[in-house]
Design a protein around this ligand. Structure first.
Ligand SMILES: [Zn+2]
Length: 427
């Protein structure tokens, strides 16, 4: 596939006018991954009309990226990814709003894992730099240790961009500099390089996975809590290094085959569930009311099972198999208990996110359910009981106890806070 990508991107250059160059952070590998899945799922005979898919894309993006409904610009993640895929020759424009999936196997590769999408972005940027004679400069940039000398190389490359790229428009605007910053992020991340800012300054810090992802601030959590998307956390750097060897500017010690196996399926499950939901709402319309009701019931049942399955798996994969309240550990009986109940979840992300859960024994699951009788203080992990639970022989002893520390982490706190508020409101 590496050679396939280099081959289809063989004519990619800054001077190319169709599709824009990596002009915006929405070309983050995660966006490309999720939008590729969306395009594959919604194209008929390898074609699609972007205006027909507009609303559906917005719904999908708002959920996947946890945006507040109606966030301005959500649709741009869709439109800009289309531009990027057109620029890279994966899609071909066939009409004002219509596109042909020209390289279906490549699109399938992108939709397979988010790592593949990063590999793709890297190779397209690489090929573009190669065609425009910029690879030697980038190589020099990687080996240069002095930050101010690195900065000079970035600025020299910027001059070439200004000369070649019609997307630059007026030089020296924030926008034009952004065009240069982005390939520096994509190429620099896996080559262990420093950050380049919009002002084309080179910072001390090294690039992280968040820098090449969309990773906009979540709207769900307070600003001081970093958003933890599972597909970012489990990004397999060794997989990427392994497949990009031969196209990297720094060398890494030999990577074991066991290190290149991708185990995470969170992003895939999230996207597939969301796509199925969007299909249901569309298909339901033409049915009779009775059929529709039955149909929705069946779909909801299947989807609930699927969500519950993914959710439980996430909890089992990431936690000790033991009730954090009492130490009960007969695994078959442990219940994947939502903190914010599934029925009250805003989106698919909440529903399958294992941070929105605890593995509890049947009794404590019941006690915790919907915050009726027990909650766990989001700040301290202290167990707080309703008056009736406190007075009961069975549960009274839990008063003032704390749950195991590893459970009280940042993302789970966000959900526990919801649970605490609900507990108070129900009093
Ligand atoms: Zn228990």
């Amino acid at each position: 596939m590496i050679n396939r990508i280099l081959n289809i991107a063989s004519d990619v250059s800054l001077s190319k006018t169709t599709g824009k160059f990596m002009s915006d952070k929405a070309y983050g590998f995660d966006t490309v991954f999720f939008i590729s899945k969306f395009i594959l799922h919604n194209s008929i005979n390898n074609s699609f009309d972007k205006s027909n898919l507009r609303q559906k894309a917005i719904d999908y993006i708002e959920d996947i990226f946890q945006l507040t409904k109606g966030t301005a610009g959500a649709v741009n993640y869709f439109l800009e990814t289309i531009n990027w895929l057109e620029f890279s020759n994966v899609l071909v424009k066939t009409g004002r709003n219509t596109y042909l999936v020209k390289e279906r196997d490549v699109l399938e590769y992108l939709a397979e894992t988010s790592e593949n999408s990063y590999i793709f972005n890297y190779l397209v940027a690489y090929q573009c730099f190669k065609n425009d004679g910029l690879l030697p400069s980038f190589d020099k940039y990687c080996s240069e240790k002095d930050l101010s000398k690195k900065e000079e190389i970035v600025k020299d490359i910027y001059k070439v961009f200004c000369k070649l790229s019609p997307s630059i428009g007026t030089p020296d605007t924030q926008w034009s500099k952004q065009l240069v910053k982005y390939p520096f992020l994509v190429l620099g991340f896996i080559n262990n390089q420093r950050k380049v800012t919009r002002e084309l300054r080179v910072k001390e810090e090294f690039l992280t996975i968040e820098d090449v992802a969309l990773n906009i601030e979540g709207t769900r959590s307070p600003i001081y809590l970093p958003k933890k998307n599972d597909y970012l956390k489990t990004f397999n750097v060794n997989y990427v290094r392994y497949y990009l060897k031969g196209y990297l500017f720094v060398s890494y010690s030999k990577i074991q085959t066991s290190e290149i196996i991708i185990v995470d399926s969170f992003g895939t499950n999230l996207a597939e569930l969301k796509l199925a939901m969007l299909d249901d709402s569309k298909n339901g319309v033409s049915m009779s009311e009775l059929d529709k009701e039955q149909y929705i019931k069946n779909v909801v049942k299947t989807r609930n099972q699927s969500i519950q399955h993914q959710f439980r798996k996430g909890l089992l994969d990431n936690n000790e198999h033991v009730c954090p309240i009492c130490g009960f550990c007969f695994e078959e009986f442990l219940i994947a208990s939502h903190i914010k109940p599934y029925s009250k979840c805003d989106d698919t992300y909440d529903a399958i996110n294992h941070y929105n859960g605890l593995l509890l024994c049947p009794n404590h699951d019941k006690l915790f359910e919907d915050a009726k009788h027990m909650t766990i203080d989001a700040k301290t992990g202290e167990i707080i009981l309703s008056p009736s639970a406190q007075n009961s022989v069975d549960f009274g002893g839990l008063k003032g106890k704390f749950v195991a520390r590893p459970y009280i982490d940042n993302e789970r706190r966000h959900y526990l806070k919801w649970h605490n508020e609900r507990f108070i409101a129900l009093k």
